[in-house]
Design a protein around this ligand. Sequence first.
Ligand SMILES: [Zn+2]
Length: 138
Amino acid sequence: MAVPKIWRKIPEYYNLIGRRCSDCQEFYFPGREVCVKCGSSNLNEQKFLGKGKIVTYTIIRTPFTDPEGEITEVSCRRIPYALAIIQLDEGPMLTAEIVDCSFEDIEIGKKVEVVFRKILEKGEKGVIQYGYKFKIVR
Ligand SMILES: [Zn+2]
């Protein structure tokens, strides 16, 4: 019996996959086709360990809206939430929500690690999308 496509793709959703330049060893997340540092197109898939630190953060208290004032899909999370710029131990920076703590626990420089959570759920059929978020390492 064939395994449904959504289940076969889960390993990708549950891993932080980017690229690493084979020539100068620079890391990229998300992955790129050409290395910005050396111009090489010799980049290989790279799985990141998912550990890093908070570079800066903000607390989002107002939902994003489209020009008609409708709350957009990406903002369909519980308000307020903490959004941080995180530098992975390998070097690349990304933006992600910080979860599983109170806002008072969040500080610049604190160590974080990736967790995979539901990002959004839409429609009556309940299409659920998963993605990465980060939690503070205690
Ligand atoms: Zn390079």
